[in-house]
Design a protein around this ligand. Structure first.
Ligand code: SIN
Ligand code: MN
Length: 266
């Protein structure tokens, strides 16, 4: 899949792009079912909130067929390769739960801040491209983005090991206030199956979810192959070391899997 000129311009100017309902309900129903099955497993890749509710499942493309196909899907890989002008590999893969009633905050941060400091990534030539597995609403902890903040470069950050179960390089209130005064805040919402991509330096975060509506989003972090990480400190299931370019699957591969449910469960 390729972005049109208007979409490319919006990405470069604002630092983010939403493509509503890019995946069909048949495709996304399969992914949602598989995500719930993964969260019910006890495995090191599934991290939990302090109260035990799932927070994120890492590296699902390595142990789940539906997420393997999503991780090599042309609707995900195509736009990022187009913007970087080179092949990409999978740096990180997360299915964030933001569970009903208990989903916790993601503090204000830039993704590249963590990729640089923890993984030794040379340049912000990686980005998150995500698919909503549930409807993302203004009320259930949508991702909040500070438009145009990707132009601010790599900002001073401090390592927060306390606020949640997930260590993160976070920004101070003064920096966020300054950038929000310039760019405002948007919270892209949409039906399940919508795709959101944003620049590695775009400032973002999300509030907790106290509603009965879960907000699952799956994030692929795709890194330009030439920008492979040099000094990783995190486990391999968080910051991958397989730097080979992703070979895409057929566009209808998720539909084929959804229509063969017995094989999917095996
Ligand atoms: C992230 O910033 O990596 C995730 C934030 C969220 O899912 O709300
Ligand atoms: Mn992030």
């Amino acid at each position: 899949m390729r972005l049109n000129q208007e979409q490319i311009e919006q990405f470069h100017t604002e630092g983010w792009l939403l493509l509503p309902e890019l995946f069909t309900s048949e495709e996304v129903d399969l992914l949602r079912r598989e995500a719930l099955a993964i969260y019910s497993e006890q495995r090191p890749e599934v991290w939990r909130e302090k109260d035990g509710a799932p927070r994120t499942a890492f590296a699902a493309h390595t142990y789940n067929e539906a997420f393997r196909l999503l991780g090599a899907h042309p609707r995900m890989i195509g736009p990022v390769e187009q913007l970087f002008g080179e092949r990409v590999y999978m740096h990180q893969y997360k299915i964030n739960a933001k569970s009903a009633f208990t989903g916790a905050v993601w503090q204000w941060h830039q993704d590249y801040g963590t990729w640089k400091r923890d993984d030794g990534m040379p340049e912000p030539r990686a980005m998150n491209i995500s698919v909503f597995l549930d409807e993302v609403m203004p009320i259930n902890g949508p991702l909040m983005l500070v438009p145009r903040s990707h132009n601010a470069g790599d900002l001073k950050a401090s390592h927060d090991l306390e606020t949640t179960s997930y260590p993160l390089w976070t920004l101070d209130e003064e920096t966020v206030t300054r950038l929000v005064a310039e760019g405002g805040i948007v919270a892209p919402t949409g039906k399940a199956g919508s795709m959101l991509m944003f620049h590695g330096n775009l400032v973002h975060g999300s509030a907790g979810n106290i509603t009965p509506y879960p907000r699952k989003i799956v994030y692929l972090t795709l890194n330009a192959c030439s920008n492979y990480i040099r000094t990783p400190t995190r486990p391999e299931f968080i910051a991958h070391r397989d730097f080979r370019p992703i070979e895409t699957v057929d566009d209808d591969s998720l539909v084929q899997l959804a229509r063969a449910p017995r094989q999917a469960a095996e």
